[in-house]
Design a binder for this molecule. Structure first.
Ligand code: ATP
Ligand code: MG
Length: 148
């Protein structure tokens, strides 16, 4: 069923901001005020919540997280950008495996399931997910969801 992707994304960001430290900031960037598409609301909410939760929990309070929403003729493109701990290069290939957690997470808790679920949900939408990461510099996840 058609939903407003901009509005949904904005409300997920607001939900995350409420759940994190007051000194941490999540910036939402979109050129469009509204964009209606046939995407599953629950799937998209789960995908964005997991990626934003990771971006904030693997960053410090003063390191801003950004979510950029873009559209082209065929796709909705989300970029979740953080300047946090990053993922060691040799471990990056394991990231979407269930229960996998990188060696640099320290005391930050988690089950290692979030990204495995995200990957499944993106596959259901026939989309794609990719990331670029450098340890101690940050990570950018790119999610592409085809518009149907
Ligand atoms: P949860 O199941 O509660 O989400 P989790 O966050 O540990 O637990 P995933 O979301 O699947 O599990 O992420 C897997 C691992 O990938 C994390 O433990 C962490 O090592 C790494 N990771 C994911 N996102 C980031 C990020 N934005 N920055 C740095 N490391 C990340
Ligand atoms: Mg997670």
């Amino acid at each position: 069923q058609p939903i407003d992707v901009v509005r949904l994304t904005k409300s997920v960001v607001e939900g995350i901001v409420e759940s994190i430290s007051q000194s941490q900031n999540v910036l939402f960037l979109s050129r469009k005020e509204s964009f209606v598409a046939n995407v599953d609301e629950f799937l998209l909410t789960t995908i964005l919540t997991n990626l934003l939760s990771n971006a904030t929990k693997y960053s410090k309070d003063n390191e801003e997280v950004r979510l950029k929403l873009e559209f082209d003729n065929k796709n909705i493109v989300f970029k979740i950008i953080d300047k946090g701990i990053g993922i060691p290069e040799v471990e990056q290939k394991n990231l979407f495996k269930s229960f996998y957690r990188a060696s640099n997470v320290g005391k930050v808790s988690g089950t290692g399931l979030g990204l495995a679920i995200v990957k499944d949900f993106i596959d259901i939408h026939k989309g794609s997910i990719d990331f670029i990461s450098r340890e101690d510099e940050g990570t950018t996840f790119t999610v592409i969801i085809p518009i149907i």
